[in-house]
Design a protein around this ligand. Structure first.
Ligand code: PLP
Length: 408
């Protein structure tokens, strides 16, 4: 057992003191969205109550304070993921928004007929559909890296696709459906050797692992605030400065401009503002900074170790249940345990668990191509956050056993 004080952590999350269906809440759905510690709730409400003003444009005191707080949050993000400069940190709506931005700017100007890009079987729809939409218009091919039995990437197939010199390799750091942690550094380096640009979806890694974009070597990396103990509607797109500089803007409007003239046309603002048209989610950005501060206060290595222990414990407790099969048994996993039980529909199991106050997610987890390949409609997924305990997992295992005996 690590020295991680999970009870002290839990006490910081007001929602954990509520009951669901008359039972204490056991929340195993952090991969979909994590709860918020009081420090994050306070940062957002303090901003709204005391500081709010539109940013960047005003000379008055509130406008300056709001701008300083928002830009300080950008610096917190930069430091947290090890980017070289805040010019490389774009506030976006979330992971999905970040990927769409790259597809519509970098992708639209770089990908055409005769080109190919590489995705993997474990991608979330967010890292599939924007590329399919663009491929329909621009006529490039999408190559898919399939998976091994344990839910790791098929390395030989990855190499074979790289041999076709793809323009882009886009893959997830951690699978939201299987929990597999991919070797981002290795595959980024291999993709660069093949001349590809590399985009990595960090939606499920930044909440669980220390991430350093410079060490990983990635070109684009994105994550969502609401999965990192922060608010919804805000997220981050990291891009290497030279790439962002060369990309056309995504959306036009206020803030992203240098000058606007009917006669001479429009010039664009410098990075990162060139990609931040319109009034942003100011309180969300500030609260996201507070969320990353909170995670650093806990300590990323301790948080990773705690969740590793939870994942191991969940596997050990659930594997004895007759007919239970895990999906995703990679040696390196983060925060997710996905399973099915013979003869039991995942929705029925999820509904019975909910009656016992236990929140799990059931379904395809926005990874339909993966579920199709596995030949299943979906899984039951328990995903973990800083606030989950070993005792809660014991409760989950007992409840699954009880529910299964009722449903069979
Ligand atoms: N990528 C992965 C791996 C995810 O797990 C998710 C959300 O579950 C997303 C992308 C999309 O994130 P968002 O809905 O916050 O944009």
């Amino acid at each position: 057992m690590s020295t991680f004080d999970v009870q002290a952590i839990r006490a910081q999350f007001p929602i954990l003191s509520r009951e669901v269906n008359g039972k204490p809440l056991a929340y195993f759905d952090s991969a979909a969205s994590a709860h918020k510690p009081q420090a994050v709730i306070d940062a957002q409400s303090r901003y709204l109550a005391h500081t709010h003003s539109n940013i960047h444009r005003g000379v008055h005191a509130l406008a300056q304070e709001a701008t300083e707080a928002y830009e300080a949050a950008r610096e917190t993000v930069r430091a947290h993921i090890g980017a070289s400069s805040t010019k490389e940190i774009l506030f976006v709506g979330g992971t999905t928004d970040g990927i769409n931005l790259v597809a519509q700017t970098w992708g639209r100007t770089r990908l055409g007929a005769g080109d190919c890009i590489v995705l993997t079987r474990m991608e979330h729809h967010s890292n599939i559909v924007p590329w399919q939409m663009l491929a329909l218009e621009q006529g490039f091919d999408i190559l898919v890296v399939e998976l091994n039995e344990d839910g790791t990437l098929d390395g030989e197939m990855f190499e074979a696709h790289l041999a076709r010199n793809p323009k882009l390799v886009a893959f997830t750091h951690v699978s939201n459906a299987l929990g597999t942690v991919n070797d981002v550094k290795h595959w980024t380096s291999r993709a660069h050797d093949a001349g590809a640009t590399v985009l990595v979806d960090g939606a499920q890694s930044v909440p669980h692992l220390p991430v350093n974009v410079r060490d990983l070597g990635v070109d684009f990396y994105m994550f969502s605030g609401h999965k990192t103990y922060g608010p919804t509607g805000i997220g981050i797109l990291y891009g290497k400065e030279a790439l962002l500089d060369a990309m056309p803007p995504y959306r036009g409007g206020g803030e992203m401009i240098g000058t606007v003239s009917f006669e001479k046309g429009t010039t664009y603002n410098e990075l990162p503002y060139k990609f931040e048209a319109g009034t942003p989610h100011i309180s969300g950005g500030i609260a996201l900074g507070a969320a990353l501060d909170w995670m650093n206060g806990v300590g990323m290595p301790a948080l990773t170790a705690h969740e590793h222990e939870l994942t191991q414990h969940a596997h050990a407790q659930l594997e004895g249940i007759e007919g239970l099969r895990f999906y995703g048994t990679a040696p390196c996993k983060a925060g997710v345990v996905s399973f099915l039980v013979d003869g039991v529909h995942p929705y029925d199991l999820g509904t019975l668990l909910d009656q016992l106050g236990i929140a799990v997610r059931t379904g395809h987890h926005c990874t339909e191509p993966l579920m199709d390949k596995l030949g299943i409609p979906g899984t039951v997924r328990a995903s973990f956050g800083a606030y989950n305990t070993v005792e809660e997992i014991d409760r989950l295992a007992e409840a699954v056993e009880r529910a299964v005996s009722m449903l069979r």
